[in-house]
Design a protein around this ligand. Sequence first.
Ligand code: CP
Length: 317
Amino acid sequence: MQSGEAAQLAPGGRLRHLITLSGLPPPLLRALFADADRWAGDGGRPLAGRLFVNIFFESSTRTRAAFEAAAKQLGADVVNLDQMTMAGETKRESLEDTVRTVAAMGASGIGLRHSESGAAVRAARAADESGVAVVNGGTGCESHPTQGLTDAYTLREIFGEDFSGLKAAIVGDVLHSRVARSDAQILRAMGAADIRLVGPPDLCPPSLREEFGAPVFADMDEGLCGVNVAILLRVQRERLQNGFCGSPAEYFSAYGMTAARLSCLDSEAVIMHPGPINRGMEIADEVADGAQSRILRQVKNGMAIRKAVLARLCAGQ
Ligand code: CP
């Protein structure tokens, strides 16, 4: 199986698909941010006459809606396939054949969400027979590249282009989180040196230190000490194999972001969360809706990033 890194770059380094942030060169990341700056305003309709198809095997609010709205604002027609309507779910059509079918309809781009790590690479290999571009909208526990781009773009907006002084804590269910992996990959690529993982040992085990190259803290207050940003993660109860390791109230008591806990962070620190948020579990209402929250700014910035990605991948450049 080709790796995501290998599958997404055409000869010469052009981005052919977006599967993972791992291995993407910083100049390309900065170019996508510059594109997003332009697309945050009205930047034209480079996808006029083109077709974008969302193939979502898992539920989504933000990503699917942002892909659809971004594609439409760029001028494309959009079709949404989901687990209720796809033959793949009910008639055992393979992912590859679904991709080939959509490509044969003339699609220029596919947004894919799937529960399996590796699904975006499989889709990209099938898509390479036709020229349609695959944009990973979240696969398994491995990768959510447009969310990672969105989060780094939001931090660039707040703290500037130089990420070297950033102190970032990624908090919660790191083990099952594709967002954690994509965020850590892009923050490292942009130069952030101080990235910490914080969470209960069964959702943020010490073994993650090796995978992420980052220290792991089981104590919330210790892990948050002095950080500029806390990126909170949703506890993915649907992915937990052996039952949740405690009640929501117990989790909130030990790892919930409360107003009292904000005092551990740098005074200028911001709180981020990719959503959907579990209020009263990962985050208190007063923090989610408070002055230091950038949660809705992430959603807004996610539109500009998706437009930047789709314009680059689906306009036939
Ligand atoms: N952040 C994110 O992936 O949210 P959705 O599941 O709503 O797309």
